[in-house]
Design a protein around this ligand. Structure first.
Ligand SMILES: *Cc1c(COP(=O)(O)O)cnc(C)c1O
Length: 428
């Protein structure tokens, strides 16, 4: 495939945008080469500036769960735009999407909308700190909760791709309040509680990790965290920015029947527009301004275009709940196909999957936490990535990312992908 025009556009972008991109992982630094510039997308496909057609396994990093330019979402946005694009005043639309979200997700009474997953997580820990009157939080190495200061401590995703354990610009004062534990390791959490008695406001976790590749919680891990929170008066925060409205209508709380105290959303909830949200039971949410003392605000929060897109998306997922089963079936089909061809071609690998989150790790051992995720063969991943791109299959340009499966993928697309993987894996 030819990428002359993308390369040229990238060179122009680099002159006026740091690294040529508005979010680091887009820059292809993890795999080498220059990024593809997209011109348009429809359903499961991307069409780039050089006229190539690619099967998309990123889907805007999650939001396009029903495919690109999905008609009901596009219609909702265009019709709404004619009525005005922002008011900074309440609209009925906000209540509608809030009612729907609260009805779909277990264990929440109220939800507040923000503009990104980062904002959702940042606000959730402020709320947890205000509510518990404690300062410290526990996060897990390799989990990503957006780019706010408290979370840029061993964050996954782009921060891992670039080997940035702790970003400059995060003050010592902030960093010391973020305690680091290991995913799937309850002892590491227990120890932190013992050493920081009555100081820990909350545990925040990706209940199915997706930012160090996909890593499922082992049996008892989430339940154990729940008990530790209860025993120590801390809140349990599920960062469902990736898993929410993807793994089940009610997210991981529904999937594994574990209750969180605060839940963060992003990605799917905005239907491709900039939306995040956080939600909890009344006693916690009523702590937020203007009802309570914890301040949180936003000029564009609850923006009508964003709410219209989100409402159209959630309505589809609510009415057609079979989408989640269908996504699981498609992703299982893909998993089985990949397993078969990689095994036939003698490639050493581990596949992790929960529902429509899947990742191929070039590891000999099981991938259960950040340490084991880092043990993957990165050189092999780079070859795999570029090989697939050359075949017209676009996966995330980093070994630390999950593939986001869309319902727009047909079985023919999946067969095409498996065939491409067969071909590429013979060259690894
Ligand atoms: C993407 C992501 C975020 C950050 O969301 P943005 O909208 O990119 O700010 C937070 N948490 C998780 C689990 C994510 O996957």
């Amino acid at each position: 495939m030819q990428y002359q025009r993308s390369s040229k556009l990238f060179a122009e972008a680099e002159k006026v945008i740091p690294g040529g991109v508005n979010s680091p992982v887009r820059a292809f630094k993890g795999v080498g080469g220059t990024p593809i510039f997209v011109k348009s997308a429809k359903g499961a496909y991307l069409f780039d500036e050089d006229g190539n057609k690619l099967i998309d396994y990123i889907n805007s990093w999650g939001p396009m769960i029903l495919g690109h330019a999905h008609e009901p979402v596009i219609k909702a946005i265009t019709e709404r735009a004619k009525l005005g694009t922002s008011f900074g005043m309440p609209t009925e639309l906000e209540t509608k999407i809030a009612e729907l979200a609260v009805s779909m997700v277990p264990n929440i009474d109220k939800i507040r909308f923000v503009n990104s997953g980062t904002e959702a997580c940042m606000s959730a820990i402020r709320l947890a700190r205000g509510y518990t009157k404690r300062d410290k939080i526990i996060k897990f190495a390799g989990c990503y909760h957006g780019h706010s200061d408290s979370f840029l401590i061993q964050a996954g995703s782009g921060a891992s791709t670039f080997g940035i354990p702790n970003s400059p610009g995060v003050t010592q004062g902030t960093a010391k309040d973020t305690l680091l534990a290991h995913y799937n390791n309850l002892d590491s959490v227990r120890e932190l509680f013992e050493n920081n008695k009555n100081e820990i406001a909350a545990i925040i976790v990706e209940p199915v990790a997706g930012n160090m590749g996909c890593i499922p919680p082992q049996k008892g891990f989430l339940e154990g965290l729940r008990s530790l929170c209860d025993d120590n008066g801390a809140l349990f925060i599920f960062d469902e920015v990736m898993t929410g409205f993807r793994l089940a209508k009610g997210g991981v709380q529904e999937l594994y029947a574990v209750k969180a105290d605060i839940v963060c959303f992003g990605k799917v909830i905005g239907g491709g527009l900039p939306v995040g949200a956080f939600a909890a039971r009344n006693e916690i949410m009523n702590y937020l301004a203007p009802l309570g003392p914890v301040y949180q605000a936003g000029t564009l929060s609850g923006n009508p275009l964003a709410m219209a897109a989100g409402l159209a998306m959630l309505s589809e997922l609510n009415v057609h709940a079979s989408i989640f089963e269908r996504l699981d079936e498609k992703t299982a089909y893909l998993e089985n196909g990949i397993r078969k061809v990689l095994t036939q071609n003698g490639v050493v690998f581990t596949i992790n999957r929960v529902g429509s989150m899947i990742s191929v790790h070039f590891n000999e051992t099981p991938v259960v936490d950040f340490e084991t995720a880092k043990g993957g063969d990165n050189e092999m991943f780079k070859k795999f990535f570029h090989g697939l791109l050359n075949e017209g299959v676009y996966i995330a340009p980093s070994a630390y990312e999950t593939w986001f499966i869309t319902d727009a993928l047909s079985y023919a697309d999946l067969d095409f992908t498996i065939k491409a993987i067969d071909k590429v894996s013979k060259t690894l």
